[in-house]
Ligand binder design. Structure first.
Ligand SMILES: C[S@@+](CC[C@H](N)C(=O)[O-])C[C@H]1O[C@@H](n2cnc3c(N)ncnc32)[C@H](O)[C@@H]1O
Length: 270
């Protein structure tokens, strides 16, 4: 991604008519995720699977008082984040977040939760570190539901996605059940696959002649070929409805006692 974009974001981006370049698309995805996470009213955010810190830097550049902790299992990426972002940098896995219970009001996983294993453990950890009413927001590639017969051929065809989607292949139902199982309530679920896979693939196809030499400066020829086939397959699987990309917003409910206290009418002094 960084070779193709010249930037430091590592996600596929959100492609609408205003988008000209992959970097525009990535910024737009960051903006959409930031809005979904209601960052304007946030105090403290954990960005889990923070990549090179570019999304955090992007959010912090427009929200001065926002505190962000970038969590990444990849130490080298965290090190690479240092010069660009003033966030706290935490080298840790998503399944054991080194934060106190109830200490943050947002957890974001921007195109990273597809790597977390087991996903349930990450969601439970998110629910633990979130304060009541806090939000978990995920942007995640998922498998769409399909019948058993389709499932087999589908799994066989996913092999070719080794380059573009080299992680777990979670089904949407599984992600939803992990979230609900951790006691969070899903407030919104947005399907954005057609705004991600197809336009990204079309961009690569249209610009392959210019992008290929840049890639070959760093990687061998066969790898660009695998990437090319992987991108084509991704487009096809998206068009056939096998893969999706979803934006999920889930909230940690307030405890019953708190709700009850709030609903008690205030006594009027005579
Ligand atoms: C596709 S990149 C997305 C990075 C970033 N969110 C962005 O949009 O630029 C996925 C990131 O998740 C991180 N990651 C993968 N597995 C992880 C884990 N178990 N715990 C924490 N981070 C993880 C990777 O190191 C990588 O930085």
């Amino acid at each position: 991604m960084t070779i193709a974009t010249g930037g430091k974001m590592l996600n596929f981006g959100y492609w609408d008519d205003s988008v000209q370049t992959p970097l525009d698309a990535q910024r737009l995805l960051c903006t959409i995720v930031g809005e979904l996470a209601e960052l304007k009213s946030a105090r403290c955010v954990i960005d889990v699977g923070s990549g090179l810190g570019a999304p955090a830097a992007y959010w912090m550049s427009s929200l001065n008082s926002l505190q962000v902790a970038c969590v990444n299992i990849n130490f080298l990426q965290l090190k690479g984040s240092k010069e660009d972002v003033s966030a706290s940098l935490v080298n840790s896995t998503s399944t054991a977040l080194p934060f106190a219970t109830g200490c943050v009001d947002r957890v974001i996983a921007l195109e990273s939760a597809q790597h977390f294993r087991p996903l349930e453990r990450f969601v439970q950890e998110s629910a633990r570190v979130l304060e009541e009413d806090g939000l978990l927001v995920m942007a995640i590639p998922v498998l769409k539901s399909f019948n058993k017969k389709k499932k087999l051929s589908h799994y066989l065809s996913l092999g070719i996605l080794s380059m573009t989607w080299s992680s777990e292949h979670y089904a949407l139902e599984y992600v939803e059940s992990a979230i609900k199982g951790a006691g969070l309530s899903i407030e919104s679920l947005r399907y954005i696959g057609p705004r991600v896979y197809e336009p990204l693939a079309d961009y690569y196809l249209a610009n392959r002649t210019e992008l290929k030499p840049k890639i070959l400066e760093v990687y061998p020829v066969y790898l660009e070929k695998v990437l090319f086939r992987s991108i084509l397959k991704m487009k096809l699987l998206s068009q056939r409805g096998f893969i999706e990309y979803v934006l999920i917003k889930a909230r940690k409910p307030e405890s019953i006692t708190k709700k009850e206290v709030r609903s008690v009418p205030t006594l009027q002094t005579p």
